[in-house]
Design a protein around this ligand. Structure first.
Ligand code: G6P
Length: 360
């Protein structure tokens, strides 16, 4: 069954490997007739009536929310804000007239997110939870739920739930777009199937990522992940994965922001992992790589097929640009996994962390 490790040494690696299956399962579960996507019509109606969507989440789910904002704005054309749950309640922004609240939570039990949900319900605004646990508190208390269908996630560091969150957010945005009569410039289901295959290809390259992890992370105190646009959000998630399970101090940065302070931290041999998947900023992020290399950094460039250059460390298979976060995160998950292994860390149960945090 899905909650047994089988031949895997750790749940985390098993869950990384399950990602293609999860993406395909999501497509199947939400498969409506023809091009339609199977979700409660009240969801698309409710969200389409909103003048602004507020995404509330914590940890990895917050990082998924950042990518999801891009989907809701670029595909569905609805202005979207993303907020850290623990901040929102006590420093609430000025709300729009007709907000719609979208809670993203793997467990559906995060107290920080629930505190916001309770408050928002009191204010009378519509709410929805995207969760891996449909019977969970956040699911029961929100007006609507969209399940992730990722299967139980046991490892504390979230992997398959993150890619499932991105897939469901993309699907939701595509559904609203179709409902609004906006033309998508691509076949959503076809592109998602390509994504599942691309993840599979990367999961077949574990030896390579183990070697890279050894080369970059064996003797390092810190590491930087950089990207621009959607790659920046994936960089944040990659850094979180490395921090959580290997205890290497890691930060995800917007490539262009480095020079405004953080570049001072670059020393001889500092690992800098750069993502290059977004067309309109590929020259700029490559420029940022040059800047850190000039200061002694040990660069790892992860590019996407079609934008690769000689000397890149690895290249992920081509997928539709907007869906690249579902694929580019996989090398970062594997790198973190092997870094933790090399350091003899407890991969599935890292120190000081809990799978779901039920206190504010
Ligand atoms: C905990 C976990 C993280 C997770 C966060 C949000 O801190 O250790 O991995 O991202 O909670 O959890 P949720 O269940 O709300 O997605």
């Amino acid at each position: 069954s899905e909650i047994e490790k089988g031949s895997y040494a750790h749940y985390m690696l098993k869950e990384i490997d399950e990602q293609p299956i999860v993406i395909r399962r999501i497509l199947e579960k939400y498969q409506g007739e023809n091009e339609d996507i199977l979700i409660d019509p009240n969801i698309r109606i409710g969200m389409n009536q909103a003048d602004r969507i507020y995404i509330i989440a914590a940890g990895t789910s917050y990082h998924a929310g950042l990518v999801g904002k891009g989907y809701l704005e670029k595909l569905a054309g609805i202005p979207t804000e993303v907020h850290i749950a623990s901040e929102f309640n006590y420093n609430m922004p000025l709300l729009s007239e007709n907000p719609f609240f979208l809670f993203i939570s793997q467990s559906g039990e995060t107290a920080d997110s629930r505190a916001v949900l309770v408050q928002i319900k009191r204010m009378g605004f519509p709410t929805m939870t995207i969760t891996n646990v449909p019977g969970s508190t956040l699911s029961r208390e929100a007006d609507f739920t969209l399940p992730l269908y990722a299967g139980p996630e046991i490892a504390v560091a979230s992997t398959k739930a993150y890619t499932a969150q991105l897939a469901v957010l993309a699907l939701l945005a595509a559904d609203i777009a179709i409902y609004k009569g906006l033309k998508l410039d691509f076949n959503f289901k076809q592109e998602m199937a390509i994504v599942a295959n691309a993840i599979e290809t990367l999961c077949d390259q574990k030896d390579r990522f183990r070697e890279l992890s050894q080369e970059y992370f064996t003797n390092t105190r810190n590491a930087f992940f950089i990207g621009r646009s959607a790659d920046y959000y994936v960089a944040m998630e990659g850094a979180l994965k490395l921090k959580e399970i290997s205890y290497i101090q890691a930060e995800g940065f917007a490539g262009g922001e480095l020079k405004h302070g953080t570049i001072a931290l670059i020393e001889d041999g500092t690992p800098v992992i750069a993502l290059v998947t977004q067309n309109n900023v590929d020259g700029l992020i490559r420029g940022n790589v040059q800047e850190v290399v000039a200061r002694g950094a040990h660069p790892m460039v992860i590019s996407i097929e079609g934008q690769e250059e000689k000397g890149d460390t690895c290249t992920i298979p081509a997928v539709h640009e907007i869906l690249s976060p579902l694929v580019s995160v996989v090398p970062l998950q594997l790198l973190a996994y092997y870094a933790a292994l090399q350091r003899n860390c407890d991969v599935d149960k890292p120190r000081n962390l809990a799978k779901s945090v039920t206190v504010e």
